[in-house]
Write a protein that binds this ligand. Structure first.
Ligand SMILES: [Zn+2]
Length: 458
């Protein structure tokens, strides 16, 4: 029954869509869009990312991991690429390598590249990521290096294919809604089933960008949601709930590519969790939310793309002294904290200095007149709420973009402490937590870039 309704909708969309006008040099007067995808599932067993508690390599998969690209080109020939991936997060070194290669090969600057990871916790460990939480032998480290460099090549090739596939297109945008995420700081997962009220802050938006080709067929569905893909914590590769969502959407729309972008989901968990049927359930819930948007009237986006990017220097708080590190290395009963202190000490001994700030990636696009803000790190939901206050309720906000270096707490969370405010920098291998003022700094930079792309006036 469900399939026949979907097919009917698909036919209606097909019949209703006008042909896209083209001029003599084959450039669309509207948009051009190109889509590509590549399976990035490792061909061998590897250490899996995101949890310190796993003790051995992966064992097979539930479904493939994917990297996907949606290349957009406006009527003036301005290009940008949205890249989605079933990975925990791109560390700076890998992201920089990919973006440098994309610049050299295709002339794409950093403002034109959005490199997002879904944050699935069922993907392989990457080079230079969360180095103190995993205990790895030589063979595992070699497999990680091999995989990471192959991944870089695959993503560069993926974007090349997306560019090659550019064809006239129409773009539509609209926000949907679904509510399986739970604020994990302010609700207790253990007693969740007894609660009749859940505490926020929350953000339920499911932003959807629909791309139709000149025949009116759905070519791409780019969508997002703000929630940790931590339903699964086992040993099989999978995209977690967003993996199931993408499979559902591609099944319902043969020929279309579904791309998931993680939002400001750092303090949001899918609860309850820990079983494959739950991951599938949330995957279908999110797919249903996207389907509803596809079926309703979506806002058509005029063919105009403006992009801006900067790396904001975010200061770190007080650095630990050598005495602090020695004390932690001797007394801590948290294994990764002990390893973090030992590694930092040995780096100091070797003559290197602790960093005192971090170049934080901030990206603001206007697609048509629609704001898309992509920020680095594990972005807490407060930022999505803040950005929507600044740029309007339909603004799209993605976290986990271009570099995932640490959690990005609001001022409130930084003050309150806990995992996202006080501890996560150790997990990420940074010497100290963020300095107070981080929230205002980031919002000011978003405002500055929003003025640059014409979303706000001075
Ligand atoms: Zn996380």
């Amino acid at each position: 029954m469900r399939i026949s309704i979907l097919k009917l909708t698909f036919l209606l969309i097909t019949a209703a869509a006008p042909a896209v006008a083209q001029n003599a040099d084959n450039r669309s007067e509207g948009w051009r869009a190109g889509v590509s995808k590549v399976a990035i599932t490792p061909t061998q067993a590897m250490p899996m990312a995101g949890f310190a508690s796993r003790t051995h390599n992966s064992e097979g998969m539930i479904h493939d991991l994917w990297a996907k690209a949606l290349v957009l080109e406006d009527s003036a020939g301005k290009r940008a690429v949205m890249i989605s991936s079933d990975l925990l997060g791109f560390p700076k070194v890998i992201s920089d390598n990919i973006r440098n290669k994309l610049k050299a090969k295709f002339g794409l600057n950093r403002d034109q590249i959005l490199l997002n990871s879904s944050h699935t916790h069922s993907a392989p460990v990457l080079d230079a990521a969360l180095v103190d939480i995993y205990i790895l032998d030589k063979e595992q480290l070699e497999s990680i290096t091999r995989y990471s460099s192959l991944l870089e090549e695959q993503i560069v090739k993926l974007v090349g294919e997306g560019i090659k596939n550019l064809e006239p297109a129409e773009l539509f945008i609209q926000n949907g809604v679904t509510r399986f995420q739970v604020n994990r700081r302010n609700n207790n997962a253990v007693t969740l089933t007894q609660l009749s009220e859940l505490q926020g802050p929350n953000e339920y938006a499911v932003p959807v960008i629909k791309v139709l080709n000149s025949k009116g067929d759905i070519k791409a569905i780019a969508f997002g949601y703000a929630c940790h893909p931590t339903v699964l914590n086992g040993y099989q590769y999978s995209g977690d709930y967003p993996g199931f969502t993408q499979i559902e959407l591609e099944k319902a729309h043969p020929g279309a590519t579904a791309l998931f972008f993680q939002g400001a989901g750092a303090d949001q968990n899918p609860l309850p969790r820990n079983t494959v049927p739950l991951a599938r359930q949330y995957g279908k819930e999110l797919a249903a939310a996207v389907e509803r948007v596809l079926e309703e009237d979506m806002k058509k986006i005029p063919s105009k793309l403006v992009t801006a990017y900067s790396e904001l220097i975010l200061p770190l708080d007080n650095l630990p002294t050598e005495a602090d590190l020695i004390k932690i290395s001797k007394t801590s009963d948290v294994p990764y904290q002990k390893r973090w202190a030992e590694r930092t000490l040995s780096e100091l001994k070797a003559g290197s200095k602790m960093i005192t700030s971090y170049p934080y990636p901030v990206q603001v696009w206007t697609i048509g007149n629609h704001p898309l803000v992509s920020l680095g790190g594990e972005l807490v939901v407060g930022y999505a709420i803040n950005v929507k206050q600044m740029l309007g309720p339909d603004a799209i906000v993605f976290g986990y973009s271009n570099d995932v270096m640490n959690y990005i707490p609001t001022s409130t969370i930084l003050k309150e402490g806990g995992y996202e405010g006080d501890i996560a920098h150790v997990v990420y291998g940074l010497p100290a937590k963020w300095q107070p003022g981080i929230e205002a700094n980031i919002l000011n930079e978003i405002r500055r870039l929003a003025i640059e792309v014409g979303l706000l006036r001075k």
